[in-house]
Ligand binder design. Structure first.
Ligand SMILES: [Zn+2]
Length: 58
C-alpha cells in the first residue's frame, strides 16, 4: 500500500527567483576600448529569469 499524499495545489506559493531578489539584477558592465575592464558602477537590469516578477518561472 502506498500512502496517499495530498495533491499538490496549483495555488502554492510561488518560488522566489533564484537569480534575483526583487526582479532586478545589478550587473556590471564593461567599459573601455581595448582593455576591457569592469566598471565599478553597476546598472540595474531586469532579471531575465523571472522577467522582473521576482518569482521563479514554472
Ligand atoms: Zn529574477
Amino acid at each position: 500500500m502506498v500512502a496517499r499524499k495530498a495533491p499538490a495545489r496549483k495555488t502554492a506559493k510561488p518560488k522566489p527567483c533564484p537569480d534575483c531578489q526583487t526582479g532586478q539584477v545589478s550587473e556590471s558592465f564593461q567599459v573601455g576600448g581595448r582593455r576591457k575592464r569592469e566598471s565599478s558602477d553597476r546598472q540595474e537590469a531586469l532579471c531575465l529569469t523571472c522577467f522582473g516578477t521576482g518569482q521563479a518561472p514554472d
